[in-house]
Design a protein around this ligand. Structure first.
Ligand code: ADP
Length: 483
């Protein structure tokens, strides 16, 4: 296949700036695509963490007034990755997360902040950066959603465009009166343009105007085309269903490698699982749990939000912890959930331990030291933690939604007898479903041979990026064949 170049437009990129799975995808997919003959350069907003990480900065273009202030586009490297960064201090040089103020509110000028990202992506796509003219502009999530729109309404030839939905719950909807300020033509404010229920929809714009739409699992690609899963965008997605593709995410197998992971107390392999017990003991100590190799230790690594269904874990605790089982939780997010898990660690001393916050290393130890990972999401576009769990020999217990349905093979009788099960699924997503799956896990736990088989099946599963990268490369080519 002919080699291709792609501009990946993203608001997060691991390891430079991360709030969730998008960063993992944006950080890893480019490497996997390079092996498919696709050169990817990412465009990122110049948040403080990004600017600090840059080396070999070179100014490519200056913008005297980009939505209210001076800005420049720089090329640079960070962590050996080639990047474009939009250095616009009036938009990005501030504390807090990429999207929220330090006290947890959306930045009031998010429309301008991310329109700027889309605007500059379109400039690059229109060939304004000498030496890098992308064949494809690939926009990730609503923050990049205006890139396909600016390209569509530009009056010069444009590259192919792909819009990827990592989570349809986040749509970037802003007042209609910003249209002029954002540099969109009046004609863009229609159902076939950026208009979305009387406002401007950034994700909607990308979904309407990009050549191809992808999301991060085949099941989620179907779910978002239903009224229950589409969150207002299902009609549009159904009307474009021939352009909608579900491509599973992978994980970075060099970052998530139990045979060399420095965050673990002991490394281990599929054929030498015994060493996992060292991690279990380390995890129990770290989280103040009773040190007991024989008790079933459930793990959670998650944003604490309604989507992730962790209120069900709280409700399940009295049963879940039966038989001296334990729970090790790492998470951050909604205050109610944080406080409830904190309280649970007091009510169940030695059995429930939690760390509230974001801790990359502890996330690895939980994957390498827990026996089973709970992922009871109400919806889950792909989910990465269940993939990490499988690779680390922690048996995932997941709700049967989105990418969780696509990646975990339930240990039902047939799958167990055939030796292919990799975890437990439950449906519907409610307390009974979760408890039923947890009880099935407890039963299997008492049959250590059977448990080990499921662990080893998971560890052999293909959770890397090579398959997905091939699919993206094919999609880019198909997109170009048409434009
Ligand atoms: P989402 O993007 O919806 O948060 P994913 O499962 O797709 O969920 O990706 C979550 C990523 O963030 C995984 O890499 C997971 O290990 C990581 N993660 C989530 N919460 C934490 C936390 N509190 N500390 C460290 N890593 C976390």
């Amino acid at each position: 296949m002919k080699s291709l170049s792609v501009l990946s437009v993203t608001s997060e990129l691991f390891p430079i700036i991360k709030t969730g799975g998008l960063a993992d995808v944006a950080g890893t997919l480019p490497f996997a695509l390079a092996r498919e003959g696709v050169k990817v350069v990412s465009l990122l907003p110049g948040y403080p963490a990004v600017m600090r990480a840059l080396k070999r900065i070179e100014t490519i273009r200056e913008y005297p007034d980009l939505f209210g202030g001076a800005a420049r586009l720089v090329s640079a490297t960070a962590h050996h990755v080639e990047l474009f960064v939009l250095d616009a201090p009036h938009l990005y040089d501030r504390p807090g997360s990429p999207y929220l103020t330090p006290d947890g509110r959306d930045w009031p000028d998010n429309a301008r902040r991310f329109a700027a990202l889309g605007r500059i992506a379109a400039d690059i796509g229109q060939g304004e950066v000498p030496g890098f003219i992308p064949d494809i502009v690939h926009a990730h999530d609503w923050q990049a959603g205006l890139a396909p729109a600016y390209l569509h309404y530009g009056d010069v030839p444009r590259p192919g465009t792909v819009m990827t939905i990592h989570n349809i719950a986040f749509q970037g909807v802003f007042p209609a009166d910003l249209l002029y300020e954002l540099g969109l033509p009046p004609g863009a404010f229609t159902m076939d343009g950026v208009e979305y229920y009387g406002q401007i929809g950034f994700l909607k714009a990308g979904l309407r105007l990009a050549d191809r739409i992808t999301t991060v699992s085949p099941t989620y690609a179907k779910e978002i085309q239903t009224p229950e899963g589409g969150m207002g965008l299902d009609g549009l997605l159904r009307s474009r269903s021939k352009d909608v593709f579900g491509i599973l995410n992978g994980i970075d197998e060099s970052v998530w490698d139990p045979s060399s992971d420095k965050a673990l107390a002991a490394t281990f392999t599929r054929d030498a699982l015994g060493q996992r017990s060292v991690n279990k003991a380390a995890l129990q100590t770290r989280l103040g749990l009773d040190e007991d190799p024989d008790t079933l230790l459930f793990g959670v690594v998650s944003r604490l939000s309604e989507q992730k269904g962790l209120d069900l874990v709280l409700a399940a605790l009295p049963s879940l912890l039966g038989g001296r089982a334990q729970l090790a939780l790492l998470g951050a997010g909604e205050r109610m959930l944080e406080e409830s898990f904190q309280a649970a660690s007091i009510v169940y001393p030695g059995q429930v331990g939690c760390v509230l916050g974001y801790d990359e290393e502890l996330a690895h130890l939980i994957q390498g030291g827990s026996d089973a990972l709970l992922v009871p999401s109400r919806f889950e576009p792909c989910g990465l933690t269940q993939l990490c769990a499988m690779r680390y020999g922690s048996v995932p217990i997941v709700s049967r939604v989105g990418g969780l349905a696509d990646t975990v093979i339930d240990a039902n009788e047939m799958a167990t007898a055939s030796g292919v099960a990799t975890g437990f699924q439950f449906s519907p997503v409610n307390l009974t479903g979760l408890l039923d799956a947890a009880n099935r896990a407890k039963m299997l736990w008492s049959d250590r041979e059977g448990w080990r088989q499921v662990q080893q099946n998971g560890m052999a599963a293909q959770v890397g990026w090579s398959g997905p990268a091939r699919r993206y490369a094919k999609l880019y080519h198909s997109c170009l064949d048409e434009t």
